[in-house]
Design a protein around this ligand. Structure first.
Ligand SMILES: NC(=O)c1ccc[n+]([C@@H]2O[C@H](COP(=O)([O-])OP(=O)(O)OC[C@H]3O[C@@H](n4cnc5c(N)ncnc54)[C@H](OP(=O)(O)O)[C@@H]3O)[C@@H](O)[C@H]2O)c1
Length: 256
């Protein structure tokens, strides 16, 4: 809490799901440190929206797969915010090419795991050390945005599934480790959300949804995930940690 506002870090904040999350937080009295790979000038429109809702919010350019950038992100986040109440690990990538499991390359495996798993894990480790040492009062939590792909197989993007399954265990581990500091940890598993990541396969997903893939018969929106993360950040599920919340329109319900 700084100047009466709760403080949050959101990675991959300038578009897609991260945009939905960061704007939901900014709209509800959070100061947000928004992290992304693009230079500040390239995200000017987003930053305008963010600071219109929350004037002290700011942007840090950084690549979470780089250890130097991670160190700088943590430094600039604490410098600007003073404290961190909420960390949202949202940044992530899909494979550049959807290749069958037989054809997946080591290069793609390393890239996807380097960002989605290694990057998010070590960024969280760096923030966790600071948060544990910070005698901050009030509700604090870390949220991991994984995916239904943590448990649902897609053989044409196996490296993505593996990265999200690993990140799911990272969430469990941090939930266990951070409980003694009063810091809760949650995993949010989106289903199919309308963002740049799904734009290339939108037609296929629209057809599957029309055919009944999701009991709630529509594609998800970044705001659906944003509202969920806001509730978690505000402590609505305060007597829980290490839990998985599916934001997937019921897609993972097993049916007979
Ligand atoms: N869309 C879906 O259906 C869906 C479903 C389940 C889970 N998810 C997960 O939700 C998260 C957000 O996905 P999205 O659909 O919003 O994707 P998106 O539209 O492609 O946006 C990805 C975001 O991650 C950031 N990012 C990528 N690599 C980064 C890196 N190395 N360092 C820092 N930031 C990085 C990007 O930053 P820039 O803006 O600077 O490029 C961008 O803001 C991902 O973890 C994804 O796996 C998405």
């Amino acid at each position: 809490m700084k100047n009466g506002k709760r403080c949050a870090v959101v990675t991959g904040a300038a578009r897609g799901i991260g945009r939905g999350i960061s704007l939901a937080l900014a709209e509800h009295d959070y100061t947000v440190c928004a992290v992304g790979t693009r230079p500040k000038e390239a995200v000017a429109e987003y930053l305008g929206e963010l600071t219109a809702l929350s004037p002290e919010s700011f942007y840090v350019q950084g690549d979470i797969s780089s250890s130097g950038d991670r160190e700088r992100i943590v430094g600039e986040a604490y410098e600007g915010l003073g404290t961190v109440d909420v960390l949202v690990n949202n940044a992530g990538v899909a494979p550049k090419v959807r290749a069958d499991l037989f054809d997946m390359t080591e290069e793609s495996f390393d890239r996807v795991l380097g960002i989605n798993l290694r990057g998010a894990f070590f960024l969280t480790q760096a923030f966790a050390r600071k948060m544990a040492a910070d005698p901050a009062e009030g509700f604090r939590c870390v949220v991991f945005i994984t995916s239904i792909s943590a448990s649902v197989s897609s053989v044409n993007r196996g490296e993505y599934c593996i990265s999200k399954a690993g990140l799911s265990m990272a969430a469990t581990l941090f939930a266990d480790r951070l409980a003694e500091y009063g810091i809760r940890v949650y995993e949010v598993r989106p289903g199919i959300i309308a963002t740049d990541m799904t734009a290339g396969v939108r037609e296929k997903y629209d057809r599957l949804i029309a055919e009944g893939l999701c009991p709630i018969p529509r594609i998800g929106q970044p705001e659906d995930v944003g509202r969920t993360v806001l509730a978690l950040a505000d402590g609505a599920l305060g007597y829980t940690t290490g839990q998985i919340i599916g934001v997937d329109g019921g897609m993972t319900i097993q049916k007979l």
